[in-house]
Design a protein around this ligand. Sequence first.
Ligand code: UGY
Ligand code: MN
Length: 256
Amino acid sequence: MTKPLLTYLGQTRTRVTPQHAFIAPDGHVETPLSGWKKTSGILLISPQMGARFTQYFAHMQSGGEGTPPLPEVERFIFVLNGTISIQTESDTFKLEPKGFAFFPAEEPHIITATSEAKLNVLERRFIPSENEEPLPLVLGNEEDVEAEPFLGDDNVWVKKFLPDDARFDMAVNTMNFKPGATLPFAETHFMEHGMLMLSGGGIYRLGDDWYPIQEGDTLWMGPYCPQWFGALGTETSSYLLYKEANRDVFRFEKES
Ligand code: UGY
Ligand code: MN
């Protein structure tokens, strides 16, 4: 029998290093979120650890509300559970679990929880492209997004939530693995990632450390952090993955 984690004696699975972070739910601390009502937040990833974006959970009570982030900041939300409605200047949309929305910077919107709801939110300062046409609002549900084999492997598939359009400076996907499937090699790239394990689990390599990982764990992979995943267990493993995209490396400067 495995012994429970002795959190009351100071044990945690969480680990934070200069190049990556493994954030386990055992260390989560709730915080109010500015611009949100009847909502409590868990700030998982932020510039305070060296990242160029934030990733947080918004736990919304029924009737809770979220308003836009600071000027120049874009937002991507993914519904983990519950239902929400989104009001923009011209429309109202409903999102259910696995629903997602991308709000370009300065896009007026109100997010209202129509039941108790939990969201994964990603925000970053938008880096404009040479093409000055404004970015669109993007809405959808993971279940309706087409699956593509990852690098030709039918046991690993990716679902891309944002259009293939160079005006976007981020990509958000799910990566999905059959039990036993792996990333084909340990990737090392300048773009950073935020990641949330949605289901299943396995072993994640970050730098020179290998972590057992399961649903609810969050990762920050900083620039050039070597990364690899192998899926274990009997169910499909899926994670939500944010990645910087479509900008020259000189445009991605470190947040001070
Ligand atoms: O495309 C990617 O960067 C992705 N395969 N990385 C990852 O899953 N850690
Ligand atoms: Mn990667």
